[in-house]
Design a protein around this ligand. Structure first.
Ligand code: ZN
Length: 230
């Protein structure tokens, strides 16, 4: 009891100072999630309300890494929040999606930005959204790798997803190009993620998806052109 009061007190002080809470308190209605890396939630970047949401079944077995290509790399909180808004506007207004497609964005400011979050189905990797968390490293990473802080935060975000039970502990990490015909996440970033923990060479291309037991028959029917998503 004393500990709980202490934690509440620390969180109260932290929140009054605008600092992240040190402890999570899932019993509270205002669930406070603690992270040991800089994190900005949707309200923090002024996200629009999604037009609709579908739940994501967790823990997911895959993490998919993306680059944004555009917007380009953002280096300050101000730029990165603007980049998140730009991506959300593009995905909702031009693509007609329900929200920003990615579960999370990570900026060159070393901050993770909440997109759809851990428990909402993403729209980042066609046919693969239901089994993965999609993380976009904001920037064009065809020729250069993201700064060390951006990489470190992306990795810390994944570790936190495992710790919280949203990502399987034996997850596989892939680049977007391994599940879709795209150059994403750029050659330089793709070579970089091959060095990350849990990187998996398989699937190596979208052709392998039909052979993945983890994908449902419904998804495979859509891939074969026999059906469509809701
Ligand atoms: Zn991508």
């Amino acid at each position: 009891m004393v500990l709980i009061l202490f934690i509440s007190f620390v969180n109260l002080i932290n929140s009054s100072l605008g600092l992240p809470a040190m402890f999570s308190d899932s019993a509270s209605e205002n669930e406070i999630q603690s992270y040991d890396f800089p994190f900005v939630d949707r309200a923090g970047w002024n996200a629009r309300t999604p037009s609709k949401k579908n739940p994501l079944t967790t823990p997911v077995p895959y993490v998919v890494i993306h680059h944004s290509y555009t917007p380009p790399a953002c280096r300050t909180g101000c730029e990165c929040k603007e980049a998140m808004r730009q991506m959300q506007n593009f995905h909702m207004d031009d693509r007609g999606w329900w929200d920003i497609g990615y579960n999370f964005g990570v900026g060159s400011d070393g901050v993770a930005y909440e997109g759809r979050g851990w428990t909402t189905l993403g729209a980042h990797a066609l046919h693969f959204n239901s089994v993965s968390i999609g993380i976009c490293l904001i920037g064009d990473w065809r020729y250069e790798v993201p700064p060390a802080d951006q990489i470190k935060t992306a990795q810390a975000l994944i570790a936190s997803g495992v710790e919280q039970g949203f990502i399987q502990s034996d997850y596989k990490l892939v680049g977007h190009r391994q599940v879709r015909d795209t150059e994403c996440p750029g050659d330089a970033l793709f070579n970089e993620i091959k060095k990350w923990k849990h990187y998996s060479e398989y699937p190596s291309s979208a052709k392998d998806l039909l052979n993945l037991p983890i994908l449902s028959d419904k998804v495979k029917d859509v891939m074969k052109g026999n059906s469509t998503y809701d």
